[in-house]
Design a binder for this molecule. Structure first.
Ligand code: UTP
Length: 292
């Protein structure tokens, strides 16, 4: 069995839910206090032992590449002014992992984004996660996916329970053949936006997959959705008809969709309240705001 060495993060999307901000700045660079969302995701991968990060990037996303690059001028300035801790801090961001960037020239969905890597991934398994979602809690989402792959040696996806009626028009849902052990299920179908009446279960599919290059021929045949986007899950549905695919429960993880304005604000507040440097003062400020 091949080891998982690469984390793939598509970051080329337009981020239309966050306009006008995303007109020129990637939503993956939205700060959670003082670190961008994408950094938390990279740190999650590194903590799980994955240090090859492949970003599928696009027009107006240069800020991400610059963020993970050295900024020698700034480092020199910090050094000269005796701010060595800050110099170390910005150096660590660049040295945390190794980064590869591939461009997606048209934003035709996460499946189309992944297809841009067909020539690059060889015969290796890899993990793919979204560039704007955070999952708080342990074991982390990436760790769970990696552990499941190492145990079952087959593609896997993250699932969480979602059963509000509107969820069934928002997520994909899994048809489950069997529970292999608590938190691991064998999946036969992944049905995108099934609607409440047609949902095969309440196990919703979230972006967080272990895949192998077997996905590429299926992605090439996947038909775009009505809005022109190619979904990875449609190809995973075909894959599950051909080979074993498992779902790994994300139960106990707290999902933050930072590409959504309200969810982003909640995330910043939650993370800020836990911070040693600003948490206590921020709590006082919130109390005051709410009392007024
Ligand atoms: P989203 O669906 O959240 O991104 O994709 P989006 O399309 O940019 O968002 P909205 O709905 O318009 O606000 C999840 C991840 O996949 C990337 C996004 O950048 C995000 O990190 N993505 C999406 C691509 O890389 N390419 C695409 O064509 C679409």
């Amino acid at each position: 069995m091949n080891e998982i060495k690469k984390l793939v993060i598509p970051v080329a999307g337009y981020g239309t839910r966050f306009l006008p901000f995303t007109k020129s700045i990637p939503k993956e660079m939205l700060p959670i206090v003082d670190r961008p969302v994408i950094q938390y995701i990279v740190e999650e991968a590194v903590a799980a032992g994955i240090k090859d990060i492949v970003l599928i990037t696009g027009y107006s996303k240069r800020a991400i590449e610059d963020y993970f690059d050295y900024n020698i001028e700034l480092e020199n300035l910090l050094e000269k002014s005796g701010k060595t801790a800050q110099k170390e801090l910005i150096r660590q961001v660049s040295d945390i992992a190794s980064f590869t960037y591939v461009r997606q020239k048209e934003q035709l969905g996460t499946g189309h984004a992944l297809l841009q890597l067909k020539h690059l991934l060889g015969n290796e398994p890899f993990i793919m996660v979204s560039g704007d979602d955070l999952y708080a809690g342990t074991p982390s989402r990436i760790q769970r996916l990696k552990d499941a792959y190492e145990k079952y040696n087959c593609p896997a996806l993250i699932t969480m329970e979602r059963s509000a009626p509107s969820d069934y028009d928002r997520y994909g849902y899994l048809k489950v053949a069997a529970e292999l052990e608590p938190g691991i299920m064998e999946v036969t179908d992944v049905i995108e936006h099934p609607g409440f009446a047609n949902a095969p279960s309440s196990h919703a599919s979230f972006i967080g997959y272990v895949l192998t290059p077997d996905i590429f021929p299926l992605l090439e045949k996947t038909k775009p959705r009505p809005k022109g986007e190619i979904y990875v899950t449609d190809a995973i549905n075909d894959l599950a008809h051909q080979q074993k695919v498992i779902a790994v429960s994300g139960d106990g993880l707290h999902f933050h969709d930072c590409g959504d304005k309200l969810e982003y604000l909640k995330t910043v507040a939650e993370f800020a309240l836990q911070r040693e440097d600003v948490g206590a003062a921020f709590r006082e400020h919130l109390k005051k705001l709410l009392a007024d």
